[in-house]
Design a protein around this ligand. Structure first.
Ligand code: ASP
Length: 291
């Protein structure tokens, strides 16, 4: 089986999602189609989740890449991570502000001996490995400046992620975010933390979204895969981890895929834009609607 699942952040059924339903729907369809096309051509799961995430990073209504949430000082600090299940190779970046697609910086790190690079050095590393660089202004949109001034929660969510199982049985997971609107500069959430926001091994691939600090403190992504390895169904494993986050006072969502191609996409917020495609079936996308 070949499968890909994507998400664009757990959060409220916000005016952003309602007023821009069609654009968000279209962005999810395009991200899913990009990943699917690669998988159908025999590409591996790492490339499929990476490409799907770049499409969502480029869409400015999601909180990743252009249009990401701003820190209190009006600057962007982007984070992304990527992991391959077969050998647990992992790459992540935090606090980047020049790499157009932070997930490509994470991909460059995955191919290196390191796992996590931060700040300007991460951008410079990505640049040396061919990832396009832009001015930090590129990421800043009028909408996000308004949100920061108004301290609204309109686009505080919208982190993006993808999980996939390829034709060779390899699982992969990817996550990219601007963090939380009005976060203090230097704050890093769960998204680039391997084992918290992102994880892939031979049993499961997981990408998370939600209250990052509590996802770190619950080691959500790794715990889901561990439970799956111990024989818990994926649906139960994801539910138990979201309950753990809830017990600390947080909400969010996860997308997870196991080695048999089972997918689980639960969330404890009002909405989580998401989509799934499975070989031989039609792609499915949800923006504000429940499953
Ligand atoms: N988990 C992300 C963070 O804490 C935010 C989100 O998913 O909305 O940075």
């Amino acid at each position: 089986v070949t499968v890909i699942g994507i998400h664009a952040g757990a959060g409220p059924r916000s005016p952003k999602l309602r007023d821009h339903y069609d654009e968000c729907h279209d962005a999810l369809v395009r991200a899913l189609a990009a990943g699917r096309e690669l998988l159908e051509r025999g590409a591996d799961a790492v490339d499929a989740v990476t490409l799907a995430v770049t499409v969502m990073e480029d869409f400015e209504l999601f909180n990743a890449g252009r249009g990401a949430a701003l820190c209190t000082d009006g600057c962007v600090q982007l984070s992304a991570s990527l992991m391959r299940g077969a050998d647990r190779a992992a790459g992540a970046v935090a606090g980047v502000s020049r790499t157009k697609n932070p997930i490509l910086a994470a991909a460059a790190v995955l191919a290196s001996p390191q796992v996590l690079l931060i700040g300007d050095h991460a951008d410079a590393f990505a640049d040396r490995h061919g990832a396009e660089q832009v001015s930090p202004d590129y990421f800043v949109t009028e909408r996000q400046l308004r949100n920061l001034r108004a301290a609204t929660t309109d686009v505080s969510t919208g982190t993006v992620g993808a999980v996939a199982l390829d034709a060779y049985g390899v699982l992969a997971a990817a996550t990219s975010t601007g963090g939380i609107i009005g976060q203090p500069p230097g704050r890093v959430g769960d998204s680039p933390v391997i084992g918290a926001g992102t994880w892939a091994d031979r049993h499961a691939a997981v990408s998370c979204t939600g209250d990052g600090e509590l996802f770190i403190r619950s080691a959500v992504a790794r715990t889901i895969a561990f439970r799956a390895e111990q024989g818990t169904t994926l649906a139960d494993a994801t539910r138990l981890s979201l309950e753990d986050v809830e017990s600390l006072g947080g909400t969010g969502g996860v997308i997870a895929c196991d080695a048999h191609g089972a997918l689980s996409l639960p969330y404890t917020t009002e909405a989580m834009p998401r989509g799934v495609w499975r070989a031989g079936a039609e792609p499915q996308v949800w923006v504000t609607e429940a499953m």
